[in-house]
Design a binder for this molecule. Structure first.
Ligand SMILES: Cc1ncc(COP(=O)(O)O)c(C=O)c1O
Length: 413
């Protein structure tokens, strides 16, 4: 039976994630992988969750095991509102819904805004999962270069001004301009870069000037190990043009598949309609457990503990890289002040796609940087994850990777 010719246009546009395909190669015994993006299992509060789960099943089985409102359980929404308020962002519970983690939020946003051929602004590079979600609805990308202060907003302004010249007016304007700006301002995936205060202000001004929606994705925001914190774009927003994507994945557990989203009430209505068609509701079971975890204050204790664990791992990886790669010209290591990832740029003539196969031979893996550039490029870059590997694995893996880079660079003509 020929199934391919029956697929929808959007299904035909989908492809397997390069990262997932590459990860298959890393299932080799003895290999140290810096390729995934997984939290460290030692951060999962299994015992506390076991106690909470027992309580939930004994005390409110009729709620936890039942369908729930598409918007999320009212008690959890209220707790999440207050979680954000404590962290400098005020919104109403009507402007907040629970989602089945941020990947669903990305899909819902794409579903309500994107038609085939629509433009989306992203950072260059950007999160692969977001690009896949947007691409499946036919998006094209206006990818804006980054530097150590985040998205280069001056370039964005120039590009938008060019597009505006031919965008027309009224409805036509909104159809021809990018539908939204997608950004990960804190400890970005993949680069680990944080957007500076000036850039945040400029981005908000640009959004106002061109009447754009911003989608702010902050899965790593609360994993800060050093440096100064800047306000969320959502908190700087005076015109309800920012949609905020939040998740429990990196602060509690990705297995619970739980996140939340904030947006203007009018947009929310459309998002809820889209979510109804997608999954009716997010698991009430997960929500009931998370609600108790948050209201009991355990989440704050957990976040602090996780920060200590991850800071040590980050320091170790950065230290090992500096020690092992010292003196190599053209090698740049981005030292992130939070999150789970570290980014390396090598001299232009070193192709990390090619180097990857050799790395696997030497029992170490990374993610090829080119996978994160929506319109191509980045062939001399790589992303390393420091949250999942153990400290011993970090030392061994960085030593293997560094000698590979050193051999390649010193061996070239
Ligand atoms: C930037 C970014 N957004 C969204 C997600 C999706 O996370 P989840 O669906 O687990 O909330 C990830 C996961 O790694 C991510 O890095």
């Amino acid at each position: 039976m020929d199934v391919t010719s029956r697929y929808s246009i959007s299904a035909r546009r989908m492809s397997r994630s390069i990262i997932r395909e590459l990860l298959k190669l890393t299932n080799k015994k003895g290999l140290v992988s810096f390729a995934g993006g997984l939290p460290y299992p030692g951060t999962f509060p299994a015992e506390e969750l076991a106690t909470i789960t027992e309580g939930v099943l004994k005390e409110e089985p009729g709620l936890a095991l039942q369908y729930s409102p598409t918007e999320g359980l009212p008690s959890l929404r209220e707790n999440l509102r207050s979680f954000l308020e404590k962290r400098g962002f005020n919104c109403s519970t009507k402007e907040l819904i629970v989602t089945s983690a941020s990947q669903q939020s990305l899909d819902l946003v794409a579903k309500i805004f994107l038609d085939r051929g629509d433009l989306v602004v992203t950072e260059n590079p950007s999160y692969l999962g977001a690009m896949s979600a947007f691409r499946s609805y036919g998006a094209r990308f206006l990818a804006i270069e980054m530097d150590e202060r985040g998205m280069r907003t001056a370039f964005l302004r120039e590009r938008l001004a060019e597009l505006k010249k031919t965008a027309g007016t009224g409805n036509e304007y909104y159809q021809n301009m990018p539908k939204f700006i997608y950004t990960i301002p804190d400890f970005q995936n993949p680069t680990g870069i944080t957007m500076s205060m000036e850039r945040r202000q400029e981005l908000m001004e640009i959004a106002e000037e061109f009447d754009m929606i911003i989608v702010e994705d902050v899965p790593y925001r609360w994993l800060r190990y050093s440096g100064e914190e800047y306000p969320m774009l959502s908190a700087m927003d005076r015109q309800n043009r920012v949609i905020g994507l939040f998740t429990f994945s990196k602060i509690l557990s990705p297995g619970m598949r739980l996140g939340w989203l904030t947006a203007d009430e009018r947009i929310m209505d459309k998002l809820v309609q889209a979510k109804q068609a997608t999954d009716l509701c997010t698991s009430a079971f997960s929500q009931s457990i998370a609600e108790r975890f948050i209201s009991g204050g355990q989440i704050d204790v957990r976040i602090k503990r996780n920060i200590d664990i991850y800071r040590k791992k980050r320091d170790l990886m950065v230290g090992e890289l500096k020690k092992n790669l010292e003196g190599l010209k053209g090698v740049e290591i981005n030292e992130p002040s939070g999150g789970l990832f570290l980014w390396i740029s090598l001299p232009e003539d070193i192709d990390t796609d090619e180097l990857f196969i050799e790395a696997i031979d030497r029992n170490v893996a990374y993610v090829i940087g080119s996978a994160f550039f929506p319109n191509g490029g980045g062939h001399n870059t790589m992303r390393l994850n420091f949250s999942y590997p153990s400290e011993e694995e970090i030392v061994t893996g960085i030593s293997r990777l560094s000698s590979l880079i050193r051999d390649r660079m010193e061996g070239r003509g």
